[in-house]
Every structure is written in C-alpha cells, then in structure tokens.
Design a protein around this ligand. Structure first.
Ligand code: AMP
Ligand code: MG
Length: 377
C-alpha cells in the first residue's frame, strides 16, 4: 500500500484460530454453566465454581486484567483441557494464579530476593513473575520449561475462587487462541461456549490488558511482556530491569524466551490496519483510506480516540478513549476489536495517536501484534 507500511502476512504466522477450528472436531461439546456473582465471600455460585475446579474442570473467571480460563495447575488432565478448549499450542506455558505469596512458595525454588520485593510491592496485582519451578508443577503447565510463571490477581472474585478451590489455578486468557482477550463474560462465551465447564460472570474487567510478565531467573530481571506495571515502576522497587520483548510476532523462532512471542495474537477476523503518528496526520491518512476502501466496497470499522471520533461521526466506530489517557485505550482495545468484528467490518482502521507512555506502551504492543499492516505517518 505505502512504502512506509510494514506489512505482515497473517497466513505466514501460526494461526491459533485455525487450530481452534481443528479442535472444533475433537472437543466434546459441554453445557457451559454461567455463574453470576452477587456478593463474594461465601457466595454459593463461587463455591460451586471452585468445586468444578477442584474436580478437574475448566472455569473462566474475571481478573483485573482480562478473563482467565482456569484449571487446577497441578492436575495434568485438567490443564490439558485448557489447551484443548483454547486450541493453544502445547509449548506456550500458562500463568499459575495463587491467592497469596505463601502459596506461590509451594511452586517455586531459589526465589531471588528481588522477586520477594516485587511480590510485596505489586501483589495482588497485574504482575507475573517467572521463577524456577518445583517438581510438583507438571510439564504440561510450563510447556516443558523448568521455570513457572506465577501471579496473585487483584480481583476479589478471582481470589475467592482460588481460595475456595484450595489449588493453584493455571489460567491463560479465556479466548480461542489467537483471538483478542476477553474483557466480559459475553466475550468468553462467544469463543468458548460448549468447550468449557463454566464461566463466572463478574462484569467488565478493570484494566483490559494482560499482566506485565517479568523473568526473574537472570542476573537482571527481564520484561517479557509489557502491561500496566511499567519498567519505571519495577525499577523504583528493585533497580535495573531489561526489556526483552519487541512488538513483532516471531513465527519461525525456536529460541524466544517467552514462547508466546512466536504466535499470532489478539487478532479479530477483520483485517487490522494501525495508523501511528500525530493526531492531525493520522486523521488525514484515515480520511484518505476511507475514501479508498469505500470505493472498493469494503465495510470499514474505526477504532478512534475521542478526539478523532468527532471528525468521523458517521462511520461504524468504537472509542479508545481520550488520547492523553492510555489507560482508557487499554480498557477499550480488545472490547473494540471484538465489537467491530461483530459489526462485520472487513477492515478495522485503528487511530494510533494516543499517548504511548505508561500502559500506552502495552497497548501499542498488543495493537502491533494484532495488526496486519502498520502505517507510520
Ligand atoms: P496468557 O496466559 O495467554 O496471558 O499468556 C502467558 C504469557 O506468559 C505467554 O506469553 C507465555 O509464553 C508467557 N509465559 C508463561 N510461562 C512462562 C515461562 N515459564 N517462561 C517464559 N514465558 C512464560
Ligand atoms: Mg492470551
């Protein structure tokens, strides 16, 4: 399209959605139960959901980041049900969710002092720490690695569910592999209804993007995935931290440190074009693109900042929030991609003029991975 455009063929990357399709033929259809939570403590719906987890079933539940699909992390059969339901590649390890620092210690060994400091500062919260695993954690949970990723979520429903189950709970995002992560129970059901035992509906999540993942096993802790907790915040607590992620997908690589980097991510069915730059330049490029794509008869959906929304009142669009408030973009991103997919947009054009600082970095990371084309203006 443009020489400045970095075009990536979606087909060349590993498509989790296709895998999901293959599994369609083999996963036994289940009646997915829906639990709605009123109160939290002693809530019978949560107690029932916890019983399903204890008995080896799969339950999706809200966390503060996105909805997770949980199973007993120490039960190989239960964990394999997560991979089957999501169509997730077996070498992509899961994050294990615990309800306390003490329960984390059951799973890990040789824990560095810095990891303890981070737990004290950021748990419960959107921070996942990778540490050496104890033999009790099965290969299926860690994708065969001798490390394990652990997090204590900052959502009362999630914590109560884990507490009631009495188990560490492995829980990747509760979407079909490759699709945008779910931020509502409705999103979970649209991907996984009939493939999982239950979902606990706790309303919309508060952050909207997955946790920051930090590898604590090297001399200098390394960020493998950006999230709400930034490099600067981590460094205030423990000193030097390295960035060990980039915003590309690495389909051919065998050696990436976080296996998740190899796979297509966060993609709706529509073609996604991200336009990055200053507000005015982005708007004028999007105007040109609308004329061009309308001419070709394509159904266009726009993901826009509030400021740009005023310029395109007639298009099918969803708001990313105010451009100076990237936390709003975080909350709206996956919701918006799914919304425009449902509106049958052939092409989703994303206004990338919002603030790239703080959690904005993580939003750009997810967007660049989801995009079929990135245009810098
Ligand atoms: P998800 O659970 O879908 O949010 O993805 C979890 C992310 O953490 C993926 O990118 C995984 O590759 C990464 N991850 C989980 N466990 C490990 C580990 N032991 N070493 C490196 N990366 C990991
Ligand atoms: Mg995921």
């Amino acid at each position: 399209m443009h020489e400045s455009a970095v075009c990536r063929e979606r087909a060349s990357a590993y498509s989790g959605v296709q895998l999901g399709f293959i599994y369609e033929k083999t996963v036994m259809k289940k009646d997915t139960r829906i639990f709605r939570t009123g109160g939290i403590i002693g809530n019978e719906q949560i107690i029932e959901a916890a019983r399903i987890l204890r008995e080896g079933g799969t339950v999706a539940f809200p966390t503060e980041t996105v909805y997770g699909l949980g199973a007993d992390a120490l039960n190989e059969k239960a964990v394999s049900r997560i991979f089957e339901a999501k169509g997730r590649p077996a070498d992509n390890p899961l994050i294990v969710h615990v309800d306390s620092k003490e329960r984390c210690m059951d799973l890990v060994r040789n824990v560095p002092e810095k990891a303890l400091l981070l737990m004290d500062e950021f748990w419960p919260g959107p921070l996942t720490l990778i540490m050496e695993r104890k033999p009790i954690v099965p290969d299926v949970t860690t994708g065969g690695l001798d490390t394990v990723a652990v997090r204590m979520p900052g959502n009362e429903i999630a914590l109560e569910l884990i507490r009631q189950s009495g188990k560490p709970i492995a829980a990747p995002s509760a979407n079909l592999s490759g699709r945008p992560s779910p931020t509502t129970a409705g999103h979970v059901l649209s991907d996984l209804s009939g493939r999982i035992d239950a979902v606990v509906d706790g309303g919309e999540v508060s952050i909207g993007l997955e946790s920051t993942v930090v590898d604590m096993t090297g001399d200098i802790p390394a960020i493998l995935r950006p999230g709400k907790i930034t490099k600067e915040e981590l460094e205030l607590c423990i000193g030097d931290v390295r960035i060990a992620y980039d915003d590309k997908v690495h389909p051919e690589s065998e050696t990436v440190r976080s296996p998740g980097m190899k796979y297509t991510h966060y993609s709706p069915d529509s073609i996604v074009i991200l336009v990055e730059g200053q507000h005015e330049s982005v708007i004028s490029r999007i105007k040109e693109m609308i004329v061009d794509f309308n001419h070709r008869g394509a159904n266009i959906g726009l993901l826009l900042t509030e400021e740009s929304k005023k310029v395109f009142p007639c298009e099918i669009s969803h708001s990313l929030g105010e451009k100076e408030k990237p936390e709003q973009a975080a909350k709206n991103l996956f919701f918006g991609l799914r919304y425009l997919d449902e509106k049958k947009a052939d092409i989703i054009i994303v206004d990338g003029s919002f603030d790239p600082d703080g959690i904005g970095q993580a939003v750009f990371n997810r967007l660049r991975k989801a995009a079929d084309m990135i245009i810098k203006v």
